[in-house]
Design a protein around this ligand. Sequence first.
Ligand code: MCN
Length: 790
Amino acid sequence: MAVAERSIGTSVLRKEDPELITGQGRYTDDLVLPGMLHMVVVRSPFAHARIKGIDASKALAMDGVVAVFNGKDLAGDWAGPLLMAWPVTEDIKNPPHWPLTPDVARHQGDAVAVVIAETRAGAKDAAEAVAVDYEPLPVVVDMDAALADGAPLVHENIGTNKTYTWSLKNGDVDKVFAEAPVVVKERYVIQRAIPNPIEARAVIVEPSPAQGEYTIWSSTQIPHIVKVAMVVATGIAESKIRVIAPRVGGGFGSKLQVYGEEALCLLVAKRLGRPVKWVEERSENYLATHHGRDQIQVAELAADEHGKIRGFRFNIMVNMGAYLMIITPGTPLLGAFVYCGCYGGEAYEINFTGVFTNTTPTDAYRGAGRPEATYAIERVIEALARKVGKDPLEIRRMNFTPAFTEPTPMPGGLTLDSGNYDATLDQALDLVGYEEVRKEQQARRERGDATQLGIGFSTYLEMCGLAPSRVLKALNYAAGGWDAATIRLTATGKVQVIAGTSPHGQGHATTFAQIVADDLGVPFDDIEVITGDTTLAPLGMDTYGSRSLAVGGIAVHRAAMKIVEKARKIAAHELEVSEDDLEYSGGTLSVKGAPDRAKTIPSLAWSAWTAHDLPDGMEPGMEETAVFDPSNFVFPYGAHICVAEVDTETGRVDIVKYVAVDDVGVVINPQIVDGQVAGGVVQGIAEALYEEAVYDENGQLLTSSMTNYEVPAASDVPTITIGRGPGLPSNTNELGVKGVGETGTIASPPAVINAVIDALSHLGVTDVPRPASPENVWRSIRAARGGEGR
Ligand code: MCN
């Protein structure tokens, strides 16, 4: 019998796309329910202000306005504040965060009231008529200023703007640093970023007053977590809440969040007994959807005189913004273990200090913690190379952990799965045409061209596939890291896969179907994947941390293998042989040595459905669930090389070549993986060159729209050449897969900045602030030349 062609490893076209590219995808805002009301949020224009009074009388008198609620009106309705699920230390300061602040607005855009009306336009007009009497309070936006004595307090009652200090230490760091002949110390600022998904947020809540039930549609990455958080906020029983994430137009971490608007729509729908819709505007999104990054890093390496690293030390301040949202304090910890990159060393220390400021809260943004870690190590290793007078490639190679395929310890304290760091670097150098590029750089130097060439490296390591529940417990995270899948075969042999992850652009319906097609030997087109609905898929931990394949996909595979085991029992019964006499391949169970005596999975699904002749005691039907809790993370790695032209007169940077070699283990769908890598790289390039959320000293967001927050256009980014290195399987899971959703964003910023610095190194430039905008580059050149710089 012919072995069916394998689906895994092929670029099957995405199941999702016909619907999406013909405009038939149904997003939350597309949903219109009978009797639906519209909610608009009244937001503070001040970054810090006491609310002395709110007069809604004018708004209430307007046509179609049904209600106006402020924080005090609803105070008695909440069962608790918004969920913060990651109290990283025992003594963390976590002041309550209410969906509507009852007393003090703590950042521009903080929600102070909601207007409910028959139409959205009516609600918007009425929101403008709500008169809020604010008493402006002193504002703090800068982290150093926030920690200074006498700083204005974001939360007066906790008496400090410091929320926590979290530390990790392996080995005798102080001794290693004291004895090391070479120490380098650098300071980097990771600017604040705004995630910018194409679809801003949206929520609809439909109550069924007679049953006391609520259906919540939300443009979220985490329907399962939203459900639990709604129970915490409102006290409504979990069995009465259904959360659906329909089509979601991107998230990039910003929808790995439970927002006040979800809780407000729920509470208002409960109070009024009618469906309530809220749709975020883009300018609102800039103020009210969480931001990312915003760190000040002090990075130190201790090394011997040849540049062999002995110790790592990082002290990092993280701007939390005005409140701790769902994983605000834990986000930096997601990078805490990989500040060593793919380098060895005997001592490792990292300290994070979380700081409150009067700014929009920060939380996970694509990469969450790991881009920050990669930036620190991939910049400071260049500083080490400069200090010991070595080529940055030589320094990297001499410090790489040698190739391994078995679990291997790392300085950060975790155990790596597999890696061959030289191999990905070799491939990247080959793809970029390294020797030629260096020659061209040299020629430009010699000619004294105004436009110089730079080559930047990032040989990164990341950890993802979030994650073993026990490790998450050790880090004080409130939830587990498992994920689940149910596979159901219908009578006619079609397959439903019900998965606990919740995609928003990653193509799970395609890649999960590929796994099942191979496991069960059924056609790809016969497989339907259902996600993003807490009633259809009651078990799930959702999508973030590049976990969906390495955790959720393994649950899918395991559920499929359970189906095969049940099918084996039925086949043995029907063929009158023992189970051991059967062999399984490509969806067919056949008698060893007699391949014609065989049963296919669809035919056995029919038998399970009719139940006419099942083995004694077997339950009819063909449906299996698997829950997978991995024993470890997965550790993708690779080498990114950026070749950039820098105009030494204007500071303008143009990327002329970009190579991304990412070893993500076994690849299910190469085209989807390429898309993830490219999208991620572009996001990282944007952080390196363009994007920056800027506040003035009054806490007003100056980059408050896409006209002054520079999201790159397609013409701003180069063609990205992609490689995969040796493709070493992960030993964390049986498919050998690692995550890819964040690799590009994690790896690319230091490659770009290192390229810019390399282009200017002959002028004495050793640092360029992010983003490397023309002004920042120009100032760096000027400072290096002895003129006034920054
Ligand atoms: N995949 C594969 N082979 C591999 C690894 C992954 O075929 N070895 C496939 C997976 O099966 C899945 C996709 O690639 O279809 C991404 O898988 P994975 O790395 O598991 O990441 P997640 O699906 O968990 O996605 C989360 C990740 C994160 S954390 C952010 S943020 C992010 C991202 O994915 N946001 C995105 N990619 C995004 N892509 C889009 N379009 N929009 C976003 O908001």
